[in-house]
Design a protein around this ligand. Structure first.
Ligand SMILES: [Zn+2]
Length: 264
């Protein structure tokens, strides 16, 4: 299995990282896809990737600016794009985390501009996108329909209706399935992810956030990915083996892992 979205570079996971990767591999997790959140973090992410390149559970990297980290940056379009392209060239499988968030103070117009810069680079470089869309599905959908990025991407931590899920999938975007589905009150999202084609789904933990039911108040970890897989199997009444195999294939296809997993 592949954890398609976890912030494993965060300090919560500082102790015995090699040991964690050993245990993850033993639990059937082959890769962790770790998104960028801000330029100051990118070099740390790069170092983490090179430090564990031959680990049995391999970190894969993406670079971008999360909308919640965007406001303090005073970057011009040129400076931003140049910096991001340079960073992507150090070895990345995707662009992100990027997107829009309607629950933060930062203005929608500025969020939109920063997201558009990511979209433009994704189109230019033909790289998939890791998208954060929280209380901002309308503007995000509108921009995705406008740019139609060729390599697609994933709406990470998808929460929403079956209709919304279908619209994203038709635009070429996978849906990231995380701990949200373990909560009975998340009825709409559970219905959406039960009805969506299995070919459209990726597994994720969003660690250290998005705790599974029963683990609230604890740091979420990629080690809980098998529990997300089991919850999805229960929800869809499909065999766990099929859930694991298909979501893994989906993620490999999105990230073109055979070609790109080991950058030079
Ligand atoms: Zn995230």
């Amino acid at each position: 299995m592949i954890d398609s979205h976890c912030h494993w570079d965060f300090p919560e996971f500082d102790s015995d990282r090699s040991g964690q990767l050993q245990s993850l591999a033993a639990a059937g997790v082959s890769h962790l896809l770790i998104p960028g959140v801000e330029p100051a973090q990118w070099p740390r992410l790069q170092a983490l990737g090179s430090g564990h390149r031959s680990a049995p559970c391999q970190p894969l990297l993406a670079y971008g600016v999360h909308p919640c980290w965007g406001e303090p940056l005073q970057l011009t379009e040129n400076a931003f794009k140049t910096a991001l392209v340079q960073q992507l060239q150090t070895g990345a499988v995707a662009i992100g985390e990027c997107g829009m968030d309607g629950s933060i103070e930062w203005s929608e117009a500025q969020q939109r501009q920063l997201f558009e810069w990511h979209l433009q680079l994704a189109c230019d470089l033909n790289l998939p996108l890791l998208i954060h869309a929280h209380r901002a599905h309308n503007p995000v959908m509108q921009l995705l329909s406008h740019y139609r990025p060729s390599a697609g991407g994933v709406i990470h931590g998808f929460a929403g209706s079956p209709e919304l899920a279908q619209q994203y999938w038709r635009l070429g975007f996978y849906l990231g399935v995380g701990g949200t589905i373990t909560y009975p009150r998340a009825q709409k999202t559970r219905r959406a992810l039960a009805a969506a084609p299995l070919q459209s789904l990726l597994l994720e933990t969003d660690a250290p956030d998005m705790p599974l039911m029963g683990y609230q108040g604890q740091v979420n970890t990629p080690a809980r990915l098998p529990l997300v897989a089991q919850a999805l199997a229960d929800l869809r009444r499909q065999p766990l083996s099929e859930i694991m195999a298909t979501t893994t294939d989906n993620c490999r296809r999105l990230l073109r892992l055979a070609e790109q997993a080991r950058p030079a």
